[in-house]
Design a binder for this molecule. Structure first.
Ligand code: CU
Length: 224
């Protein structure tokens, strides 16, 4: 009869080793915490931070999908963050016609969308910002930020964002916002991430005027 004491200790050793590596990795990882305000000191929401150096390649052949829904003649999530290679669909959840398009360098497309016609998608295969509009409803505007890396995040209503799991060391990142000048968007920000906790990076953004087309008050707008 085989005795339990003869069982190879190898799995146990491997298991302990894996635990040690796991804990070690966590102990040496920090996070970048960015806080963004405008010139008046107000929090800036919907800004994107993407770490551009050091570069971490995206995993290959992972099917990525996302969606930008339309409800009540608006894009529900008007700032969508995806990585290169993501297929984005544009489900029309209104019972009217939308005609979603983009003329952006990162992607040019046109999608006539009727209710229930929600299967069409667009492959975003280049990094950059895709500005999305609707031919029927002028005020509808969305942005899809197509990142080259998974190390990115967008700021919340408090102007804060967090990029976790960064090994300690030096990093360079960019800040994007729809109302930020091109020269500010291309600016590189440098930070040294501590080996634990959050490394704070406060920044003030000089935002241009909000040029979005206002939606007509209900009752005045023609209903398409
Ligand atoms: Cu529309």
């Amino acid at each position: 009869m085989p005795s339990r004491t003869h069982t190879s200790p190898l799995p146990v050793v491997l298991c302990l080793l894996a635990m040690q590596l796991f804990c070690g990795a966590l102990a040496n990882a920090g996070a970048l915490e960015v806080t963004l305000v405008d010139k008046a000191g107000k929090p800036v929401a919907d800004a994107v931070v993407e770490i551009v150096s050091p570069v971490v390649p995206l995993p290959a052949n992972v099917p990525l999908t996302a969606s930008m829904d339309q409800i009540d003649k608006e894009f529900v999530n008007p700032l969508l963050l995806v990585v290169v290679g993501t297929r984005v669909s544009f489900p029309n959840k209104d019972n009217i016609h939308h005609h979603v398009y983009s003329f952006s360098e990162a992607k040019t497309f046109e999608l006539p969308l009727w209710t229930g016609n929600n299967t069409k998608s667009v492959l975003l295969d280049k990094p950059g910002v895709v500005v999305v509009g609707c031919n029927v409803h002028d005020w509808m505007q969305g942005h899809i930020y197509v990142a080259a890396t998974q190390r990115m995040a967008k700021s919340d209503a408090r102007g804060k964002l967090l990029i976790p799991n960064l090994p300690a060391g030096g990093y360079a990142f960019r800040i994007w916002h729809a109302r930020l000048k091109a020269s500010d968007i291309s600016k590189l920000h440098n930070v040294v991430i501590e080996d634990r906790g959050n490394t704070a990076y406060p920044a003030t953004l000089e935002l241009g005027r909000d040029r979005r087309i206002r939606r007509a008050p209900s009752g005045l707008a023609r209903d398409y």
